[in-house]
Design a protein around this ligand. Structure first.
Ligand SMILES: C[S@@+](CC[C@H](N)C(=O)[O-])C[C@H]1O[C@@H](n2cnc3c(N)ncnc32)[C@H](O)[C@@H]1O
Length: 337
């Protein structure tokens, strides 16, 4: 009889998981109180933090202690408080790389997550468009203030990874703020782009394009990419939409993109994807779960499933790249000539 190796276990990891929400709460409170902005501005002791944030010294002590433990703050060689490199780069208000809006993006969902058991028991049929079915321009503006704060970095990264020189028209499916299209038309002379997003969203897309001086190079179409026709193009990008839809709808959209592309054209789908063994990353699994809050049909997809949507549509040379390692994967394919 073979002996099964025994895995030594304790409760440490489970305890951390049971209290992980406390880290989220500290991050949001620190952002609300502009902790990192005050530290960048010279509040380098607990007393100075208390004064700058307008909170009691005891509470400043608690906040600073947690921020140090979470490596959001550090101490320099003289014991003065400083921001960690991440906080300095992304959490100081008024800087171009400030990403506070994105860090708070899922905050309105927190009460819903605390009702997860009830939501999992919900018997109703999911709605195809989930939260997007009744989006107003105001809601779209707030939503894309957040996506823009990280999307521009992603758009720049896309243009470093993907050479679109010689292409004429990039179709940006669910392009939101237009972050990918804005970067693409600025990076590749002669390229135009069309953002196809919901009618309320493209109002906001146009605002961002105007702000970046590319309104004449980026067109918008207000529509539903699962239902409305696509314009002719020779490149397609679909970024950060994957867990919003189920297998049938993603396969449908990839197929429609294939049909809209010129022969020789290329498609790139950037999204959170599960590894093929389905064992993570956690983030990809959680974005799929997030959709339960909106009662959409969305779910997490594996890398293999996404490759399957491409090959079933007719794409060749289907390959995968770690777009942001551990976070986003880019699957790409070419329409045969
Ligand atoms: C997370 S945002 C990503 C925006 C942008 N691609 C980026 O990466 O910055 C998802 C976008 O998909 C759009 N979207 C979702 N369902 C859609 C549909 N059926 N038709 C068109 N756009 C859709 C949303 O309105 C939203 O702008």
């Amino acid at each position: 009889m073979t002996e099964r190796p025994t895995e030594r276990v304790d409760t440490t990891r489970l305890q951390h998981m049971a209290r992980a929400f406390t880290e989220t709460a500290v991050l949001w409170a620190a952002l609300d109180l502009s902790l990192f902005t005050h530290v960048a501005g010279g509040a380098d002791t607990t007393e100075a933090v208390a004064a700058a944030c307008g909170i009691r010294r005891l509470n400043a002590d608690r906040l600073v202690t947690c921020a140090l433990a979470l490596d959001l703050l550090r101490k320099d060689t003289e014991g003065r408080l400083v921001n960690s490199p991440e906080s300095e780069r992304f959490l100081v208000e008024g800087t171009p790389s400030y990403a506070g809006a994105w860090m708070r993006f899922t905050r309105p969902d927190a009460p819903g997550w605390m009702q997860l058991t009830e939501l999992l028991r919900r018997p109703e049929e999911p709605r195809r468009l989930g939260m997007y079915g009744d989006l107003t321009v105001e809601a779209a503006r707030a939503y894309h203030e957040a996506t823009y704060s990280v999307g521009m970095g992603a758009g720049r990264r896309f243009c470093r990874q993907v050479d679109l020189s010689g292409r004429r028209m990039l179709l940006d499916l669910g392009g939101g703020s237009g972050a990918y299209s804005i970067n693409a038309v600025q990076s590749f002379p002669g390229l135009r782009a069309t953002v196809l997003d919901l009618p309320a969203v493209v109002v906001v897309t146009r605002e961002f394009c105007t702000q970046h001086g590319v309104a004449d190079l980026v067109d918008t179409i207000g529509g539903d990419f699962t239902a409305d026709p696509f314009p002719s193009c020779d490149a397609v990008v679909m970024a950060s939409n994957l867990p919003i839809y189920d297998e049938v709808n993603i396969a449908l959209v990839v197929r429609k993109a294939f049909d809209a592309l010129d022969p020789g054209g290329e498609m790139h789908l950037v999204g959170e994807m599960l590894d093929d063994d389905g064992r993570g990353p956690v983030d990809a699994a959680m974005w799929g779960m997030q959709e339960i809050l909106y009662n959409s049909g969305g779910k997490a997809h594996t890398r293999g499933q996404v490759r399957g949507y491409f090959t079933a549509a007719g794409f060749v040379d289907v390959t995968e790249h770690d777009f942001i390692p551990g976070v986003l994967v880019r699957t790409t394919g070419r329409k045969p000539v």
